[in-house]
Design a protein around this ligand. Sequence first.
Ligand SMILES: [Zn+2]
Length: 865
Amino acid sequence: MIDAQSALAAPLVTRREDYQPPDWLVPDIALDFDLDPSSTRVTAILDVTRSSAHERPLRLDGDGQVPRKVLVDGVPHNDWRMDGDTLEIDLPGSAHRIETEVVIHPDRNTQLMGLYASGGNLCTQCEAEGFRRITFFPDRPDVLARYVVKMTADRKRFPVLLANGDPIASGDLDDGRHWAEWRDPFPKPSYLFALVAGDLSANRATFTTMSGREVQLGIWVRESDLPKTEHALSALRIAMAWDERVYGREYDLDVFNIVAVDDFNFGAMENKGLNIFNSRYILADPDTATDLDYDAIAAVVAHEYFHNWSGNRVTCRDWFQLSLKEGFTVFRDQGFSADQGSAAVKRIEDVRTLRAAQFPEDAGPLAHPIRPDSYMEISNFYTATIYNKGAEVIRMIATILGPDGFRAGTDLYFDRYDGTAATCDDFVRCMEFGGGVDLSQFRRWYSQAGTPRVSAVLDHDAGSGRATLRLAQRTPPTPGQPDKEPFVLPLKLKLFGTAGTALGAEQLYMLDRPTAEIVFDGVTDRPVLSINRGFSAPVIIESDRSSDDLKFLSAHDDDPFARYEAMQQLMLDTLVAAVTLGRADHQPVIEAVRRTLEDAALDRAFVAEAVLLPSDAFVGDQLETVDPEAVFRAREALRRDLGKTLADLWRSAYADASRAGAFVYSPPAKAARRMRSVALGYIAASGAEDAADVAFAQFEAADNMTDRQGALTTLVNGKSDKRIAALDIFYNRYSGDALVLDKWFQTQALSSRDDTPAVVAELARHPDFSLANPNRARSLVGAFGVNQRAFHLGDGAGYRFLADHLIALDKLNPQTAAKLLPPLGRWRRFDEKRAASMKVELERILATPGLSKDLFEQASRSLNG
Ligand SMILES: [Zn+2]
């Protein structure tokens, strides 16, 4: 329920169809910052030009400020007015110079949007609409300006002054202050503006581009963190070379700087020439970062760097086109990571992320197409749909076009739209031209939400040697879209004979109608279907393959992803049967896992992923109504059986993986550590008496965070009191390291133990817990919300806990609060009692006075959508 008053106060909705080109352009802007944490004076000089024959006033976006002064063509001007937060000035003629002055307060900026203070330094975050919190400007991505930025600040406190582009001048003042001026020659939208002032040190290197230009690279951190920047710096140089080789993209400025900050709403931000990063995606050494952290750092460094072309040189016309830069750039960073190690394991990880974060979004009240039609608050649309499903859509285009066609398409896109603000349609047109294909129907991926379901039934007539594959697609309704048109689904297929040999080559079948039949002749052996190989389309396959067929594919399929997928399906079928029928035959899973473990020809990195059971949440997603306890019990029972029956194999896998010497970060060493953690998990699941001792020994002897956290996780999920000792040791060892303390909170919030809700409530009162730091808020409140068992345990205490913290967090940082709401929005998936308790909390959030539009939009859509 929403009462009439708050319904009236509901924020305005922005619609894609209402797009109008800007009335005024700003080819040039000069900014002058007199920096101070408590009070910063910002003077902005905008050269504005009327974009066409209209008489509308100049409108400049602000957020809460009133200008101290306004000058037009150098003369003080009084004929201006505020329309809400917007500064409106009537102007004759078509070109003017507008000067405004505002004063802002970085140290009071808890939203972390605009200019704010973090760890004693000053930094900015402007995407999507933070620039208006700094100065008055047409804060929309299709207004591109050349920026000159002057910063003046106390020399001792802020010895380093950075902004976009290249440094052009600097100097000292008599009063202990100094200044620096930067110029960015490339026109850019305001969301890519950045500055940093602070006491920072740089790890420097150079990179020579493909045309022989030398670029100065710098990664800026606290001096004590310098040793932790080597991995990020090396990843940056590899990424720069990769983008030249794979996409022909060369860097364009003389300097490229990255700054790490501790308080950050996102992972990182691609501001032109001055990327600003959440420190968790920069800082790494073996003692504090896991292999997953190392991988994520390389991926995020590459992602933000790749934006220099896909996002910065070619930007988005409006925020509805967000996937134009994000889906494409995620696809690019996935390709980069796949090239650095095992491509098969990377694909498995990416699909796992999609299923964990995006499939539930597509199936719930917040479902939206990768190019949404409307929003209240754009920051709510930085979603797994825009990013991860967006990347899958680009991947399908690349599959349809083939490597040469896709490269021709991207070359054309970068060429044609360089220096402009483009749309998703512009991109697709370039792909059609480059690949010589018609993507008219394919465009439905941009407009329709929901995950398509494809049923695949294979009939075989041994007498005639004919196999017939019957395919049918349907996409369930999503909010505002009751009926769906058929998608274009590129499905990679292959048939295998029961002897394990392929019956013909893999084929790419384009399913573009509701149903289709594919006939295979000359099939005398009984065929087994391998479908959606490599996860060629982001769909859910419903096939009638038996557990024998799946077990067979898990041992014989020659596509590693399909092999993994067969194993996952076998595990899912088993767990769903256990939950819905109350019993399940574990034997096929056990046999499939045994064969995988025993197959010495397989990459250990692949084996470690293949033998893992699907998560509680993914099993829950398969059920009509989620019963978190039944899912948990079924999964634990299968884990115990696997652990016990294959005890010798887990012990020998553990011993093999433990033989590595001192820490190195390399694909085989990573694979060994991963296998070690997975095997330890199964040893513990078996109920072995010595499991806690083995885990504790690993915890104490570890020379790296992967082994240490792997052991800690096993202990924290178990019953032994050793977990308390381990948690204390871990806490004391890392109490000064915020990023590692996040792991301490998160590991406990993700625990499957009965007492997790109580432990989490206790941790929320811990002196090291704070909602003001987004990483810390996510590590406890966010992690708890996705812990399916713990969140839903008991009488709704978990729901109350989440709602209480979202309401409190909303007052500080609405963006981060809104992002943590979705677990409550899943109420329709649970039984009536749980659903009712979850709705009560959503209603309570909506009834909170002064709610942000970020949280209002998420909660109201979750309740009513
Ligand atoms: Zn991005």
